[in-house]
Design a protein around this ligand. Structure first.
Ligand SMILES: CSCCC(=O)C(=O)COP(=O)(O)O
Ligand SMILES: [Mg+2]
Length: 313
């Protein structure tokens, strides 16, 4: 095991999620079974604010009881292979069930605006406004939203519009207990130690703040939200732009060089470093490989226990 001394001026540790606190597989690996995905969907499409759903609320009538679903497959298995496939498989049903809710309309509005900005990109999918009130017209617009979401996800885009919708869809999956956020085992003990040493700890992920809070609030380690002093997402700026790290420092109330950022993505590390933030690249099972240049340029850790704080003995 290596040891990485943390510079004495560091007062706050800023953590990426996917590939850093949490296995990439938890976020990205495909569903094992269509039937499972379909059944889970049925249990999760109840609109929170009303019964009967939106215009096509009839789809909620055949929900499978949660206990029956849990009997078919262990919770742990679902959590390891869940987040992105869940969105891809279930976005159409989700939109049908929630379409008339304010939150869903806000999400669609954001996606439509993003689609306009993306119109010059190869393969971009526009989202038309609804013109009329028939079921066919509704289906046409919903299909465009579905195609847009699938297109963005095929490129692993990190737009705020996509991340907002994803966060809202995951909420039901976590709340039923069928999904739990997976955290590497070294993460919680290390953060507790850092906090005891007086370090502030923040999250900065492309996942929306709501999605971050779900992942850590319903995690395999229980509700661990108390371990974090704050959360940042792409609303503060993209992770690959150095200005985002200046804004985060201003928001925390410190200088950029008082922060140590841990991430699996060299482009993000590079942007943070340009802003004079300390960085270390995290190597976890399943992460993308690094080039030889990246390996020799960046400080690398494979576990949070490798960080050595000046105040720790
Ligand atoms: C907050 S959980 C979902 C993670 C996600 O949507 C994502 O894009 C991961 O990005 P990260 O910046 O955490 O690597
Ligand atoms: Mg990451």
């Amino acid at each position: 095991m290596g040891v990485l001394p943390v510079p004495a001026e560091v007062r706050a540790i800023l953590l990426d999620i996917e590939g850093t606190t949490t296995p990439i597989a938890f976020v990205q690996v495909c569903w094992g079974s269509h039937i499972w995905g379909w059944t889970l969907l049925r249990s999760l499409t109840v609109p929170p604010a009303r019964t009967g759903g939106g215009r096509s609320g009839g789809s909620c009538a055949q929900q499978a009881p949660v206990s029956a679903l849990q009997g078919k497959r262990e919770v742990g298995e679902v959590t390891r292979e869940t987040l992105f496939p869940y969105i891809k498989d279930n976005v159409k049903e989700y939109l049908r069930a929630h379409w008339e809710e304010e939150e869903c309309q806000r999400d669609v509005g954001l996606l439509r605006k993003q689609a306009q900005e993306d119109s010059s990109l190869d393969g971009a999918v526009p989202i038309p406004l609804e013109s009329g009130s028939g079921e066919e017209e509704l289906e046409r617009v919903i299909q465009a939203v579905v195609d847009n979401v699938h297109w963005q996800m095929s490129l692993d885009r990190k737009t705020t519009a996509l991340k907002q919708l994803q966060g809202h869809m995951w909420r039901a999956a976590y709340a039923t207990g069928l999904v739990k956020g997976e955290i590497f085992e070294d993460v919680v003990p290390a953060i507790r130690k850092w906090r005891e040493a007086g370090m502030k700890v923040y999250i900065y992920s492309s996942g929306s703040i709501e999605a971050q809070k779900l992942l850590f609030g319903y995690s395999t380690e229980g509700d661990i939200l108390e371990l974090f002093d704050g959360h940042f997402d792409t609303k503060i700026g993209p992770k690959v732009e150095s200005e985002s790290y200046r804004r985060i420092a201003a928001s925390i109330g410190c200088a950029t060089n008082n922060i140590l950022f841990l991430t699996d993505v060299p482009r993000e590390a590079n942007a943070a470093e340009e802003a004079d933030t300390h960085v270390a690249v995290v190597i976890r099972p399943g992460n993308a490989g690094l080039t030889d240049d990246e390996k020799s340029y960046y400080s690398l850790i494979s576990s949070f226990t490798e960080l050595f704080l000046p105040s720790s003995t």
